[in-house]
Design a protein around this ligand. Structure first.
Ligand code: PRX
Length: 631
């Protein structure tokens, strides 16, 4: 259902609100099903047994691939651009992609993978990551992609949590001018993962890596000999499709589980309506498949809608800071979707790097992952979109499966730094700290969602209580996003950022508790408190306050290096601290809770009023911390 006018959007929003069953019934009928549903939706945010299209059966890959073979078989499905611009690209038509996915499916089956088994992918952005994910979906295995920047320990934690039977990796990854030793990291991780039976290795750099007899196999050799036909496994609507780990305020990363039919309908519907592509357009989302954006808007969304989707192995600054513009020019990209952090980084470079490229193919620009500031929005609009292209600022989360609040390109209005309007099926509401709805407009509050939508994650893998506790207990009966938002006088939303203990660094979600755990592992650290602070390029940076056992042992820059080495080992380089301050104590309430509000203000070099500190157990540390921070 493509909504191509503002009136159609408004009508759809109202219909999805008033008659959700009839509305989603219509949307879902666009796809192929083995068996139709008995009931469109059931369950709510109290019972938390949410189900969509119950009773139906399908296979999502038939909708991504087989369904297009007759009409679009020879159309390019995927364009793969290598890290090195001199390496030849790979283009696969829908027919070829279908054959490759079948090959991979047969390899997985030969390796003993069965319906419901978990397969972890720890790879760089090679075509086999995308075909592998789809192969899992074809045979009913559950994929869990772990971003290639995570450490051995982080990988092991995820592999064990989902009890994966098989891990697919590369010998090494190319990443700009560097390589990442993915297989060596996998080997280290698997020392503590006894459940893994097989490892498939996609050779990429040709580095010499060790192969463990019986366990490890060369993926490309297996694929070469595999058959190009594989009947899709019939899946129930609520059978799991994938698990994706993300960080929260507390504890270890959570494995959000998405199921088949609802996710499919949501990914397809949001992709079609937000981006408004035409048949011959070329779409490029610069995310990594290791994150939800790469699942919904490189893989499933575009393929469900028969689009041409570009997959990029490299980074925006390699070999030079005009790589994005070069790729857009090379493939005449029409729809470009990236993160504010990339925009800010590129905006700081010589403007000629943008201007020397022909970007006239562009029609629509997208932003995702973090709030986009006005300056970055204006620059993107003017220098990249040449003031011709609408910008869709898409707010959503790993948990939501797809875009929740965004303008529809060229259909509803784009407003600088505003995500704007909810998708049909989404009822956002703002609540105050007590959980009371803040009605009217303009307004500001914590962002909640009133009712289930098809794409919501159904549970946290293996821990339904944690799912309930994390999202539905702060404001009972509502889904709490963890974000704050403002609503303007025309009911358009602007997301202001996380209001919990999650930091958004370059669009990556980092839990402060995870970083603290890593820091506290250091033998010389007694306690730590980690907060976010405004960072010009990354959006937020990581600021760590630490109490040392013996501060004479590690001082100055050394401590930052040592702690970052620890963080890199336990989580990965993306969680490194930008600033470390040694303190003698942390401001605590009488009940022993760290007053992060104060630490956030100091980290932000905010010299204003710190609020009431008289209730602190140790108010004297505040002055010391301020002094130490140079305030
Ligand atoms: O804080 C919001 C921010 O990213 C968080 C979700 O992160 P993740 O699950 O990793 O998914 C990122 C890609 C969808 C949100 O809670 N966020 C995401 N998009 C936006 C955003 N903040 C402001 N504006 C956005 N467009």
């Amino acid at each position: 259902m493509k909504l191509t006018s503002k009136a159609a959007y408004q009508e759809a929003w109202a219909e999805a609100l008033n008659s959700p069953e009839a509305f989603w019934d219509k949307v879902a009928k666009e796809y192929s099903w083995h068996k139709p549903w008995d009931k469109v939706c059931s369950g709510d945010f109290n019972s938390l047994d949410i189900k969509w299209f119950e009773g139906a059966s399908l296979n999502i890959t038939e909708n991504c691939l087989d369904r297009h073979l007759e009409t679009r078989g020879d159309k390019t499905a995927i364009i793969w651009e290598a890290n090195d611009p001199n390496e030849k690209e790979i283009c696969l038509t829908y027919k070829e992609l279908h054959a490759d996915v079948c090959r991979f499916s047969n390899v997985l089956k030969d390796q003993g993978v069965q319906k419901g088994d978990r397969v972890v992918f720890y790879m760089s952005m090679v075509p086999e990551l995308l075909t592998g994910v789809l192969a899992c979906a074809r045979i009913g295995a559950i994929h869990s992609v772990v971003f290639g920047g995570f450490s051995a320990q982080a990988l092991a934690g995820r592999v064990n949590d989902c009890e994966a039977k098989i891990v697919v990796t590369c010998d090494e990854a190319f990443r700009g001018g560097k390589t990442i030793a993915l297989k060596a990291i996998t080997d280290e991780a698997l020392e503590s993962c006894p459940g893994v039976e097989k490892v498939l290795v996609r050779e990429r750099t040709g580095a010499k890596v060790t192969y463990k007899e019986g366990r490890d196999h060369k993926l490309m050799e297996l694929l070469k000999d595999a058959s190009t036909t594989c009947e899709p496994t019939e899946m129930n609507a609520e059978d799991p499709l994938f698990i994706l780990y993300t960080s929260g305020s507390t504890g270890t990363p959570k494995g959000l589980m998405h199921t088949t039919a609802g996710y499919m309908v949501w990914a397809g519907f949001t992709f079609e309506n937000v981006f408004q592509m035409e048949e011959n357009d070329t779409y490029w989302c610069s995310a990594d498949i290791g994150w939800i954006t790469g699942h919904s808007y490189i893989t499933y969304g575009p393929l469900l809608k028969g689009a041409t989707t570009l997959m990029f192995e490299g980074v925006p600054t390699y070999p030079a800071a005009d790589r994005f513009w070069d790729v857009i020019d090379k493939y005449k990209v029409t729809h470009f979707y990236t993160a504010p952090t990339a925009i800010r980084a590129l905006m700081a470079c010589d403007i000629e790097l943008v201007r020397k490229h022909d970007l006239s193919s562009l029609k629509v620009l997208g932003s995702v992952g973090e709030p986009i500031n006005e300056e970055a929005w204006e620059w993107y609009h003017k220098e990249v979109g040449k003031e011709r292209c609408p910008i869709v600022d898409t707010w959503w989360q790993t948990e939501t499966g797809g875009i929740m609040i965004s303008s529809l390109a060229g259909v509803t209005e784009s407003v600088p730094a505003h995500a704007t309007l909810p998708m049909p099926g989404i009822q956002p509401l703002l609540v105050d700290a007590e959980g009371k709805e803040v009605s009217g407009s303009p307004a500001e509050g914590n962002l909640c969602i009133e009712k289930p939508w098809p794409g919501i994650a159904r549970t946290i893998w293996g821990n339904h209580d944690r799912y309930k506790e994390t999202y539905f207990t702060t404001y009972p009966g509502r889904y709490f996003t963890g974000d704050g938002a403002k609503r303007d006088s025309e009911s358009r939303y602007r997301i202001t950022g996380r209001v919990d203990d999650v930091i958004n660094v370059s669009g990556h979600r980092i839990g402060t508790a995870e970083v603290e755990d890593a820091i506290n592992e250091h033998e010389n650290i007694i306690e730590s408190a980690v907060v976010g602070f405004p960072h010009e390029i990354k959006g937020q940076g990581i600021y760590a306050y630490v109490i040392c056992q013996d501060s004479s042992k590690i001082e100055g820059e050394n401590i930052q290096k040592e702690l970052n080495a620890h963080i890199t080992k336990m989580i990965g380089p993306i969680a490194k601290a930008d600033c470390v301050q040694v303190v003698s104590g942390l401001p605590k309430t009488r009940s022993g809770k760290i007053m992060r509000r104060i630490l956030r203000k100091i980290a932000a070099k905010d010299t204003g009023d710190l609020g009431d500190i008289s209730t602190l157990l140790n108010p004297e540390v505040v002055d010391e911390i301020k002094k130490g921070a140079g305030l």
